[in-house]
Design a protein around this ligand. Sequence first.
Ligand code: GRF
Length: 187
Amino acid sequence: MKNLAIFASGSGSNAENIINFFKDNNEVNIKLILCNNPSAFVIERAKRLNTPCKIFDKKDMKDGNIFTILKENSIDYIILAGFLWLVPKEITSYYDKKIINIHPALLPNYGGKGMYGDKVHKSVYENKEDKSGITIHFVNEFFDNGDIIFQAETKLTREDTPDTIAKKVHELEYEYFPKIISKTISL
Ligand code: GRF
């Protein structure tokens, strides 16, 4: 049995999709959600899905409380699903190649500090890109910088807007993120 923790900061639609994907899987247990934003919708989703959810702040992260929670819960893998803070080095080193993030663009483009959510889709739109996509990658102590595990592309047209780009990218996320997590943790 592998225990997973999901870190999320916002809506949590990926978190929900991952929980549903693994719900009948005896090998994978989504043990808890860790959320750094007390008004994030992911908290409601966690309640509805009966998944324990802990809300934490910067101090918990800095003081090592989050690391302690991960160890107390015997967490084997960490999934970042729309989590906006940098993960401390203490955790990235301990969980080397065991933290998986999804980024809503084709890294190394449109990544790094401050490049998240709608900002990414707006930049892709403004630069008139003819494609965007998702990148699933391991996490190190830098933003969007760890080894890439998987990428998928979606074509863009001149009719696309930041909103339609976001929708196309979300569709790829829902399709691939749980499958790639499953594959990666079974290696
Ligand atoms: C996703 O687009 C993900 O790629 C990015 O943040 C967004 C989170 O969406 N890192 P949600 O909270 O899972 O709905």
